[in-house]
Design a protein around this ligand. Structure first.
Ligand code: CIZ
Length: 322
């Protein structure tokens, strides 16, 4: 296997900004826009963003944004969440077709059917779902706070958890609570394999293996740490090792390198390839980001009543994760 090894960032700085990146920065200033980017997008976009983070950090940044224009580089439902939390801002995105298997595998009708079957259950939905699922949910969670949110629900209550069954099963293991899991998954994270990860660990002298909780249980079981992308940063910061193998979308390694410039990161192989990338996140290109800032399109446009219904469970999450 040809592993993808990223040397310490301090020894390998980024090239100067491209013409497109310079133009994005100019236009951002001219328009007074705020650029929000998910940890999984192209490093060239991360480098010009005002804030790069996970869904929880991005939700907080969108809610507190003062800018009248937000350009959101991520997938469609992340930009929708920004609009829902800051309805007075215009929210544009580089590519409105950037979606996710989690959204596709859990249409609102599927959750509605589960709610009919378990009418007394509290619905906790992972933020990576469509707006229709959010409208039907009681509390939204992210991978960073799912465990904490579930622990706050009184022990006698049934809980429907969707749409990620792997994140849900990890929460079950960690909390000791039985959840009613709907069967969605992230197509990138389910492509990791325990044997491939064990081989990588051996190849790098037992370097700590870190995976996202969207990975299946056999993969989680061979890892030293299972956590959200934001927690990967704190884990690698405090761990004594100088190198880490990262089993999540490889663009996350750019954030890790910038935050921890002395450490070496190795992308975990997946399905025989040296790294896993998210094809939808990669639809966000610098050129399309420039284009959406220039033309103010595509733009998120949701009916106010839909946003009001979807906002309640997101706000509940924000209150519960203070
Ligand atoms: O929800 C997010 O932000 C994702 C997809 C990963 C993470 O843990 O940050």
């Amino acid at each position: 296997m040809d592993y993808t090894v990223y040397p310490p960032y301090k020894d390998d700085p980024r090239p100067p900004f491209s013409e497109t990146q310079k133009r994005i920065l100019e236009l951002k200033r001219e328009r007074g826009a705020l650029i929000l980017a998910h940890n999984y997008v192209d490093p060239q976009i991360q480098d010009v963003a005002d804030f790069v983070g996970d869904s929880l950090g991005l939700s907080r940044a969108a809610k507190s944004a003062k800018a009248e224009l937000i350009a959101f580089a991520g997938v469609d439902f992340m930009a929708e969440t920004a609009k829902i939390l800051n309805p007075d801002a215009r929210v544009v995105l580089p590519d409105a077709s950037a979606g996710c298997s989690l959204e596709e595998l859990c249409p609102a009708a599927k959750l509605a059917a589960a709610k009919k079957k378990y009418p007394d259950a509290v619905v906790v939905s992972y933020i990576n779902c469509g707006v229709g699922v959010k409208e039907l949910s009681d509390i939204i969670c992210t991978s960073g706070n799912a465990l904490d949110i579930v622990r706050q629900i009184p022990s006698g209550r049934e809980i429907i958890f969707c749409p990620d069954m792997n994140l849900g099963s990890w929460v079950e293991e960690e909390s000791g609570r039985k959840l009613i899991l709907l069967d969605g998954f992230c197509r990138e994270h389910v492509s990791y394999d325990a044997d491939e990860l064990r081989a990588a660990k051996e190849a790098f002298g037992g370097a700590p293996l870190i995976c996202h909780p969207e990975c299946p249980k056999p993969v989680r079981d061979v890892c030293d740490c299972v956590c959200s992308t934001e927690k990967m940063i704190s884990y690698c910061r405090q761990a004594p090792s100088d190198k880490f193998i990262i089993a999540t979308v490889a663009e996350m390694i750019h954030r890790l390198r910038k935050e921890l410039p002395d450490k070496i990161f190795i992308a975990a192989p997946a399905a025989g390839a040296p790294a896993r990338h998210c094809r939808d996140m990669l639809k966000n290109t610098p050129e399309k980001l420039l284009d959406c800032l220039e033309n103010l399109s595509p733009e998120i446009d949701l009916p106010p009543e839909t946003m009001d219904r979807a906002r309640r469970p997101i706000e509940r999450m924000l209150q519960m994760s203070k």
